[in-house]
Design a protein around this ligand. Structure first.
Ligand code: RIB
Ligand code: CA
Length: 305
């Protein structure tokens, strides 16, 4: 059983990561932290609670950071919609509500209580993880592994150089990438290899299950936004971090030092990889078995409510 804490800025592909984690029997979600990112944290929290409810999750949901470490907040509503999760319509929640404990404190508590046993998956700006390090320097080293979606070594998606999650909080990303924890990074170089097709979307639309309907509504919005931006069909960035937990052998990685540009200017938030012989690096993903990835989505949506 892979025990996991999810740190999300629930937007449309974060929602797929949540549904994948909820639907795969190999994964036990210990907690979910909603953070500022694609949209403001009030909205990412609402979106996260709604997905947790529809997936019948019983794990605690916490509120994370409401602003980046030091820069001004940015948002990606133009790819995820005004709500951050445009498309699905959710019934009033009967169960899920946010915990009173702050998400960063909960992360620190759960990792201290379970040293080496829980993986952390972070698929938004890395503010929460950096704040946790600020409170306890070695905290991420108590995680079994930290799997992150972010960065790019072949051009950005929010500026020409920077990917959204690292651009959303470069200072936090630099703190995390230099933490010497067991880090796995999924940059755009890998995540752009998994793209939803019109045929797949049509197929998922025929599944008469609530979560599959939510998935389909999310992906219809995502497809529309990608098309409006002339970016082709949607890329499923975040859920690849969940797939990695199921079988790391299906992902090709290289161990490299990763640094983030934190100086203001055209490369602000850019990630730079370099060879290292030390234990100061990150397992960077450069390839994934895309067909295998989709079998996981099929399996999860076939068992979720
Ligand atoms: O660049 C892709 C990342 O930015 C994904 O995590 C997506 O959800 C957005 O947050
Ligand atoms: Ca995200």
């Amino acid at each position: 059983m892979e025990r996991v804490i999810l740190d999300v800025d629930t937007g449309l592909d974060d929602a797929v990561a949540l549904l994948l984690a909820a639907g795969l029997e190999e994964i036990q979600i210990e907690g979910i932290i909603a953070t500022n990112g694609n949209v403001e944290v009030a909205k990412t929290l609402e979106n996260t609670l709604n997905i947790a409810e529809v997936a019948s999750l019983t794990c605690p949901v916490f509120k994370g950071a409401d602003k980046p470490f030091s820069r001004e907040p940015i948002a990606a509503g133009d790819f995820h919609g005004e709500s951050g999760l445009d498309g699905p319509v959710f019934a009033p929640r009967m169960r899920q509500q946010v915990q009173s404990e702050n998400g960063i404190d909960a992360l620190i508590r759960m990792l201290n209580e379970n040293p080496g046993q829980i993986s952390v998956v972070s698929v938004g700006p890395l503010t929460d993880l950096a704040l946790a390090i600020q409170k306890q320097q070695d905290i991420l080293s108590l995680a079994k592994q930290v799997v992150i979606m972010g960065g790019s070594f072949s051009g950005g998606n929010v500026t020409s150089e920077a990917e959204f999650n690292t651009y959303g909080d470069p200072e936090a990303a630099q703190i995390v990438f230099s933490s010497k924890a067991n880090l796995v990074l999924f940059p755009l170089d890998c995540t752009h290899q998994v793209t939803l097709s019109p045929e797949q979307l049509a197929g998922y639309g025929k599944i008469n299950r609530e979560c599959a309907k939510v998935f389909t509504a999310c992906m219809k919005t995502y497809a529309e936004k990608y098309s409006n931006h002339g970016k082709g069909w949607p890329q499923l960035h975040d859920p690849q971090c969940i797939a990695y937990l199921i079988d790391p052998e299906k992902v090709t990685t290289r161990y490299e030092r990763v640094q983030v540009v934190t100086e203001q200017g055209p490369t602000y938030g850019k990630t730079i990889a370099s060879a290292t012989e030390e234990k100061d690096g990150v397992h960077v993903a450069y390839g994934i078995d895309s067909a295998w990835f989709w079998t996981l989505v099929d399996r999860a949506l076939s068992v979720l409510p």
